[in-house]
Design a protein around this ligand. Structure first.
Ligand code: SAM
Length: 292
């Protein structure tokens, strides 16, 4: 938590939670009620009922999701890679303790194994108890939940054991720091099959270009295809969030599976094939900065 990220404060608006972004801007929510405030051995986890965005999950002072717009994150981190891959069967999710990514993964009939490695069991407990529409897939028979460190898991998993790896992590500090490093990505490459795809959350191009650049440059040392795509997530810093895409050959725009995409679009709130393509179009300053 940054020094500016003080806990919720009472002011003339009532109880207000503010996440302070870099460059002294921030986003505030009027809070109706604090549902949970738990210090796990790894991080501070807070859950609030807001006046306008449903429940708000906060970890170490950073907004993780709100019920109102979580689909913009979870549908894009999952459906872009899974519909680019011809037959995704074995999917690994690292982090993602709220369960939203898993919920979207199990909507794909081809998936046989949706394994999640989340380091903090307390996140899973809180989300299962209070966010049942997001933590909706934990009882699905395809799901294998491991409470453990994703960095260790990718070190020890066998070569070629996953078709898709999704890195749904917190920001690059604390337990998530190693999820942004070269050794970690090299192991992801090793445990992916020959047509494997990796997607990671990659911060805000407006507020954290240095991090996005490091992610892209590191991935470029390892994977032949590296791109970034974005999603509009109103409650994240700047409202536009980046994802890193890396594959051993599959192009995420040319190879979208039209037939499998239809039911995913119909049953969802955010993802569609037009957005899938458009998400890879990046502003000029991003293209220039990343050399893509
Ligand atoms: N969708 C939201 C976002 O991107 O901000 C929320 C992501 S989810 C809550 C992030 C999860 O990553 C957290 O629950 C955190 O415990 C987990 N995490 C952080 N470091 C990890 C690691 N090394 N291995 C596995 N999970 C990790």
């Amino acid at each position: 938590m940054s020094e500016q990220n003080l806990p919720t404060q009472e002011n003339a608006m009532g109880l207000v939670f503010t996440e302070w972004f870099p460059e002294s801007t921030g986003l505030s929510f009027r809070i109706v009620q604090t549902i949970e405030s738990a210090q796990s051995p790894l991080q501070m986890i807070e859950l609030y009922e807001t006046e306008t965005h449903g429940k708000l999950l906060v970890m170490d002072g950073c907004v993780m999701l709100t019920e109102r717009d979580e689909v913009a994150y979870h549908e894009m981190i999952v459906h872009v890679p899974l519909l680019s891959h011809p037959n995704p069967k074995r999917v690994l999710v690292i982090g993602g303790g709220d369960g939203g990514t898993l919920r979207e993964v199990v909507r794909h009939p081809s998936v046989e194994l949706a394994r999640q490695v989340e380091i903090d069991g307390e996140v899973v407990r809180i989300c299962k108890e209070h966010l049942p529409k997001i933590a909706a897939a934990y009882d699905n028979p395809k799901v294998d939940l491991i409470i453990g460190d994703g960095i260790e898991h990718v070190k020890t998993a066998p070569d070629g054991s996953y078709d898709i790896v999704l890195i749904d992590s917190t920001d690059p500090f604390g337990p998530a720091l190693g999820l942004f490093g070269e050794e970690f990505y090299r192991n992801v490459d090793r445990i992916l099959a020959d047509d494997g795809i990796m997607v990671c959350q990659a911060e805000s191009a407006w507020y954290n270009m240095p991090m996005l650049k490091v992610i892209v440059e590191t991935l470029q040392k390892i994977f032949p295809v590296v791109k970034t795509f974005s999603s509009q997530i109103p409650v994240y810093p700047s409202g536009t969030w980046s994802f890193g895409y890396a594959s051993k050959g599959i192009d995420p725009v040319a190879d979208v599976d039209q037939e499998r995409a239809e039911p995913i679009e119909e049953g969802g709130q955010y993802y569609n094939r037009d957005l899938h393509k458009a998400a890879f179009a990046q502003p000029s300053f991003v293209k220039r900065e990343l050399g893509l």
